[in-house]
Design a protein around this ligand. Structure first.
Ligand SMILES: CC(C)(COP(=O)(O)OP(=O)(O)OC[C@H]1O[C@@H](n2cnc3c(N)ncnc32)[C@H](O)[C@@H]1OP(=O)(O)O)[C@@H](O)C(=O)NCCC(=O)NCCS
Length: 175
């Protein structure tokens, strides 16, 4: 049976909570940029790792990052801070999943926790031949999860439309 014959609705839905992933890491001097704060790229790698774990938990498959939709930093993270990332699947379509990540930084001595950023990433689940494969539908249970689902659904449509328009423009130029 090819991918075209498979439908996500044939798979049992899984709750958002089943994909919930927490990743905590202590920021060290090697993570610093020339200003002495933590390099954005270090946090980006952790964001990708936490989000990938959430996507794999949901799909039960190997998953690849296909896009970072957005990544916002609200303030600097310092060496010595404990960075905690909380990731969960917001939305599933056929083979892709949008994962949301909340980034918090804690100044350990004072126990002061602040929101350091948020991110949205898209992952695609792969089968044993490394081809995109269907994922279980996500079950948004709480009001907050349902809101995130609806917002993510809008973004899915918007991204798809944008890719199609960009492709059409490229094809027009090619002729
Ligand atoms: C992921 C990958 C296999 C998808 O291949 P593809 O030919 O685009 O496959 P499809 O067109 O069937 O798209 C598969 C899914 O990806 C989504 N997708 C593809 N390109 C996308 C993009 N740029 N942004 C968001 N979603 C995208 C599609 O919407 C589709 O989702 P759906 O099935 O839920 O509707 C391919 O793009 C790839 O291998 N990318 C590299 C991934 C990788 O190696 N990441 C790590 C980099 S180090």
């Amino acid at each position: 049976m090819g991918l075209a014959d498979k439908s996500p609705s044939a798979l049992a839905p899984k709750p958002v909570a089943a994909s919930a992933t927490t990743l905590a890491t202590l920021m060290e001097p090697a993570d610093a940029n020339p200003m002495g704060n933590v390099h954005g790229g270090v946090i980006m790698k952790l964001v990708d790792q936490a989000a990938a774990a959430a996507a794999i938990r949901h799909s039960g498959r190997i998953c690849v990052t296909v896009a970072v939709d957005r990544l916002d930093f609200f303030g600097p993270v310092h060496v010595g801070d404990m960075v905690t990332l909380k990731a969960a699947v917001n939305y599933t379509h056929r083979t892709s999943m949008e994962v949301g990540v909340e980034i918090h930084a804690e100044t350990l001595r004072e126990g002061r926790v602040r929101r350091a950023g948020t991110a949205l990433l898209i992952f695609v689940a792969l089968d044993d031949q490394c081809q995109p494969t269907v994922v279980p539908p996500i079950l948004a249970e709480t009001e907050e999860e349902q809101l995130r689902y609806r917002q993510a659904e809008l973004r899915y449509r918007h991204r798809k439309e944008l890719r199609e328009k960009e492709r059409a423009l490229r094809n027009t130029r090619a002729h």
